[in-house]
Design a protein around this ligand. Structure first.
Ligand SMILES: Cc1ncc(COP(=O)(O)O)c(C=O)c1O
Length: 418
């Protein structure tokens, strides 16, 4: 059953573009949210509005002043959304580019020597950046091996690897392959207790859409997301950086302001769409509880999103009445186990002996869009240790419905009968 009432779910769904139809393929159910979530209709409107405005920032004319005010407002909105009372936000080319930039600046400004620590749990965005900059700065890169059985990595595992010489640590908040999130606060605290000066850079790209980020609680130095995976659009990444890292010698324009992280002309439309995301979440939070507090609305929205996604993934795994769930379908194996309290809207599985592509194509023919992950440079870190060549990834968001999950399960039941 859905966590949301049918009326509220219908209202939520109506806020997103292409919720039921693909512009190329027609009617479909969208379970490819980890590849890119659906886009808010308000984001589409805002993007087109700002794409048409020729003015640049930093002038005294009315248009320029308005654009700068919109950027400032978006940064304030982002502070509420991400729970940060210090540091600053800036945009870049993509989540990957921003993670590279944060890692590069942290690695090159940290005290010379020492080591850099990351985990096999991570997406290549942080792993590649950390390994590259470990080599460029002549430091050893040390790996924290993740846990296959739970599909995650823990504070205790980081504690065994981090040492007082650790200068930089990367962490993935939630995996786009296993679907499991980590206890970021505990991992950062464990790192700080051993290497208090280490820079901590976090990949929040997969986590962001699934409820509740609180940067003030984490004690970290960088956090990056990809807005196209959080109901905004493609074309830019969004990052937060700590005041501590800003005070280090970081890349910036010669003779420009010391605290600047923005390189070149900013796309006001990208910032404005962050405000659209915040407005949407506040609207959703306002449906849960009647309050004037914008932070309470955001908190309630995050809780409701998590509750709907738990309802959906539990239904997917357990089934309902005479519809068998994944756990009861013959030969299905689920990454991270059947019951995993840290699952964030994503289930990856395989049917042993059947190439996952066959299953994904079968579901696609039934109008259900999922995705195959292969043991390549994106997912090999998770699939290789399991001895898997591939898996089917079903990734949901809070706007998906239990009816859609049942359609998936019915199709999988039918696949097994064929
Ligand atoms: C965890 C994680 N990190 C990084 C990325 C890359 O983000 P981008 O496509 O914005 O570079 C992804 C993309 O799906 C991801 O899931």
């Amino acid at each position: 059953m859905d966590h949301f009432s049918p009326d509220l779910l219908a209202e939520i769904r109506n806020k997103f573009a292409f919720i039921e139809d693909c512009p190329f393929e027609g009617k479909r159910i969208f379970f490819e949210n980890a590849g890119g979530a659906l886009t808010l209709k308000s984001v589409v409107e805002t993007s087109s509005k700002f794409a048409a405005i020729p003015d640049n920032q930093g002038r005294t004319n009315a248009a320029s002043v308005a654009l700068m005010a919109i950027i400032q407002e978006a940064k304030k909105d982002a502070s509420r959304l991400f729970g940060s009372s210090t540091g600053q936000f800036f945009v870049g080319e993509s989540g990957t580019e921003l993670l590279f930039r944060l890692v590069r600046n942290a690695a090159t400004s940290a005290k010379v020597g020492g080591n850099i620590v990351g985990s096999s749990f991570e997406h290549p965005a942080t792993r590649s950046a950390a390994k590259h900059w470990a080599s460029q700065t002549e430091r050893k890169y040390i790996n924290v091996q993740h846990e296959d059985s739970n599909g995650d990595v823990t504070a205790q595992l980081y504690s065994q690897i981090v040492n007082p010489d650790t200068r930089l640590v990367t962490i993935l908040h939630a995996s786009p392959v296993t679907g499991i999130s980590v206890d970021l606060e505990a991992i950062a605290a464990a790192i700080r207790s051993i290497a208090p000066e280490a820079f901590i850079i976090v990949d929040g790209v997969q986590y962001a859409a699934h409820g509740g980020i609180n940067i003030d609680q984490y004690n970290i130095d960088g956090y990056a997301i990809s807005p196209y995976k959080m109901y905004s659009r493609h074309g830019y990444g969004f990052a937060w950086v700590s005041d501590r890292l800003t005070q280090m010698k970081h890349e910036q324009l010669l003779d420009g302001p010391d605290d600047n992280w923005e390189l070149g002309t900013r796309d006001t439309g990208s910032y404005a769409t962050i405000s659209d995301v915040v407005k949407y979440l506040e609207w959703l939070g306002g449906k849960i509880e009647n309050t004037d507090s914008r932070s309470v609305k955001l908190y309630n929205a995050a809780k409701a999103i998590a509750a709907q996604e738990i309802a959906l993934t539990e239904l997917m795994i357990d089934g309902e009445d005479n519809i068998k769930g994944l756990k009861d379908l013959k030969g299905i194996e689920i990454i991270g186990g059947e019951k995993n309290l840290n699952r964030k809207g994503l289930v990856s599985f395989r049917i042993n002996g059947i190439p996952s592509q066959v299953l994904v194509d079968f579901l696609n023919d039934k109008g259900i869009r999922t995705h195959v992950r292969k043991a390549d440079h994106y997912s090999g870190n998770i699939l290789d240790p399991l001895g898997w060549e591939d898996c089917v990834r079903v990734s949901v968001c809070h706007y998906n419905s239990s009816e859609e999950i049942k359609s998936l399960l019915l199709a999988l039941n039918e696949f097994q009968l064929d």
